[in-house]
Write a protein of this length. Structure first.
Length: 214
């Protein structure tokens, strides 16, 4: 896997584009500038890696648009050593961004093929993470609680298990809506019974499929 000057230059441009679109978290911008997004594409589609668009990764799924990754990560307010659960590993790119920011990442993917290929790539890149294949709407009780949870597929409702597995004071970023458009929400857990729900911008994700999904 080669990260050429051309790739590095394309990443710099992408970071500038994200700044113009309102991303201002220095840690997020540094991670996007560092992780070679083209490694998460097959060679044939290398040219698409630094365009600010989602792209197919097989199994009817997508690697999220860089702006969406940057937006969700910024809203997550990542701190070094945060224990973060990601629902929807997909290509592994979002996980790599969180790991670069110093997070301890747990990630769940429901498609076996995507789970396996993301793990092969993240291992090749020497990233440390914990991953499994399964229904992420149920969370990962044996590793809970989490400081932060990021859901990278569109949910019909807020999955109760994910709220339960969030630490008090923890943040979950999750798109909720119908199968076409979802509103991003920031969920801040106030106590074991209470959370604050802040509505953010609108996005369009592939569906979250599972017990508390579609
Ligand atoms: N974060 C990914 C990346 O960086 O490439 C992009 C994720 S893609 C937009 C959404 C992913 O969520 C898909 O790979 C899909 O299979 C997965 N997914 C959907 N429902 C899920 C569930 N219940 N549990 C785990 N993964 C799920």
């Amino acid at each position: 896997m080669i990260d050429s000057y051309k790739d590095k230059g394309a990443r710099k441009k992408l970071v500038e584009e994200l700044k113009l679109k309102g991303i201002n978290d220095a840690g997020v911008l540094a991670a996007i500038g560092k992780v070679p997004r083209h490694f998460f594409f097959s060679k044939t589609f290398h040219a698409h890696a630094y365009i600010d668009k989602a792209f197919p990764i097989g199994e009817g799924q997508t690697i999220s648009q860089p702006y969406t990754v940057a937006y969700q990560t910024q809203m997550l307010q990542v701190e070094k050593n945060d224990k973060i659960l990601e629902i929807g590993t997909g290509s592994g790119y979002q996980a790599a961004i969180l790991i670069e920011m110093g997070a301890n990442v747990f990630t769940i993917e429901r498609h076996e093929k995507l789970h396996k290929s993301a793990c092969v790539l993240l291992d090749k890149l020497n990233y440390k993470y914990t991953a499994k294949c399964g229904d992420g709407t149920k969370g990962w009780a044996s590793n809970a609680p989490f400081d932060k949870i990021i859901v990278t597929a569109g949910a019909p409702v807020l999955p109760q298990d994910l709220i339960d597995q969030l630490k008090i004071g923890g943040i979950m970023i999750i798109p909720v809506g119908n199968e076409k458009t979802q509103q991003m929400f920031s969920i801040i857990k106030k106590s074991n019974k209470d959370f604050e729900k802040i509505a953010l911008d609108s996005f369009s994700f592939v569906p979250l499929v599972g017990e508390s999904g579609w």
